[in-house]
Design a protein around this ligand. Sequence first.
Ligand code: PXG
Length: 284
Amino acid sequence: MATIWLDGEWHDRDTAKISVYDHGLLYGDGVFEGIRVYAGKVFRLAEHVERLYDSARALWLEVPLPREELAGIIEEAVGRSGLAEAYVRPIVTRGVGDLGLDPRKCVRPSVIVIVDAIRMWPAELYDRGLNVVTAATPIPHRESLSPRVKSLNYLAHILARIEGINAGADEVLMLDSAGHVAEGSGENVFVVRDRIIRTPPPYAGILRGVTRDVVIDLARAAGYDLREEIINRYDLYTADEAFFSGTAAEVVAIRALDGRSIGQGRRGPVTEDLAERYRALTRG
Ligand code: PXG
């Protein structure tokens, strides 16, 4: 059952409410995380908590409780939910203020932890790979709202997702404002050519995905040459394979981009190998 912790109190879906004066709602002023639970265990909890606090710090937002305490609340929320497979959404908002931007008017940030069922893509998409189009909407510039901040402003990614929906695609590929390949609307991206795996570096201005870091470690441990380099659409069009990684998506192949087949136009052997290693780590 959905279980929600909100500023010290436990709620269900119907009773968890926040103020219309919360700057998270008024201005998107806040940060969040998306975490998976596998077999009752929170996957990579410390890494997600670390990223949440870094996101908050980058916004001059102080999370009003220590990391260990938040981690404990997340664990307790998962326990109370009784869900073995779940999705955890911690959120920190600037809190209740007035109808002006000034964050100093917000007395105390609000902390929310939602635990709910995870909805997954159909298995068939994982077997076949995703049909992807490049979105016209770029991700925000790294010196505007840094894409490394997992903030409550997801509109560029949502606009890109809308483009994908209207094009009949499964997912979109987003570029940065220089036109380099950045990420999916909720995933990081990898390309494979001659068994060399490449993925854009976080300093180029993308979200440093927790799943991305896990995939990098798994790939290197398996002996692959994995490079963090700027990549272009050319590299995808000429790749043997390409795939996305993400908490929700896990490891999923890209079978086509912009109407062109990538490699053989289906999930390739390197993607399959890494998806299996990821599955073994999370569910094995
Ligand atoms: N890039 C972006 C822009 C993301 O939002 C990732 C990469 C992958 O990061 P992780 O840490 O998950 O490996 C994300 C995270 C959803 C959903 O419901 C997905 C994300 C965030 C919120 C919701 O699909 N993706």
